[in-house]
Design a protein around this ligand. Sequence first.
Ligand code: TXA
Ligand code: MG
Length: 327
Amino acid sequence: MANILQPTEKNLRELRKFLFLGGIVGVPTETVYGLAANAFDPEACSKIFEAKRRPANDPLICHISGVEALEQICHSNALAIRLANRFWPGPLTFVLPKKEKIPGLVTAGLDSVGVRCSAHPVFQKLVALCDFPLAAPSANPFAYISPTTAQHVKAGLGSKIEYILDGGPCAYGVESTIVDLRDESQPRILRYGALPTEKIEAELGRSIEKPVATTADESVQHLAPGALPKHYSPRTPLDLRGGIAPEEIQNLSPDTAALLLSKPTQKVSANVHWLSENGKLDEIAANLFAKLRALDESGYHRIIAEEAPELGLGLAINDRLRRASFR
Ligand code: TXA
Ligand code: MG
């Protein structure tokens, strides 16, 4: 069973050595926990695919220490540098042409690589100690709910990995926003995430292309091979609603859990749950995955959940809820 390690200087140095020797480690980031390996070591990275049971056609994101390390792994451009200077460290991943040093296994054979610089202070320390980038997808078994605490990682992958670095609960609770920057004249959002696209658009002074709602679109599947319609999914069937009426909450069957965006004003039964006190999107995102896990473990036959408003972080929240509800 995996050991959860506290982020002491000594543990960080030992984990650096463990990673250098080809090990894989659960790591905290400000979005979700990741499962990290030396991105230059294909054998180490293959252990990530194995532990997660992740299909080989789903590429990994590489984590670097900052904008100065971009050229280590990819061919950057002025747009990437501008966005990095504005939003890094933070929950924004770029897709850029890869350099040869990054093994094809990491990028699932694509000639591009996902690259990100995390703002989590503990993970930043580990990345700074490593003189190699860290490939790290979310640390969940493939298609299950992403982990936002070290305990979640242990629950999902504890029998497959030796160490999890504890960095506390993740501040954002949804994954990074991914933007394809290969063509500077046509940046495109590949995945809604913790950095609202409006902020990127405000920085660039123009609107940028968004993912189509249904990932059945072939070109999108090609661009973001991991963007499968079913993902982030509890085992309990989840029905997503535009809204849930108070009468439905009052008449809820005991084998069904209701997941509301904010605390109801009326008195409700114990199977009614909520993601925030008063509907703030950052609070909803931060609680989303932990709450879905808790409901999944409570023996309900069904979960009904409410959609967030389609703006800001709401786009990432709804993307995760839609995939969680896909059957
Ligand atoms: O917040 C995050 O991004 C977290 C933390 C751990 O950094 N990581 C994460 O990784 O969410 P993962 O593997 O769960 O999701 C990465 C997504 C996948 O859908 C993958 O297909 C896509 O990014 N991706 C990675 N490299 C890509 C590339 N070169 N081109 C297109 N999509 C790529
Ligand atoms: Mg993932």
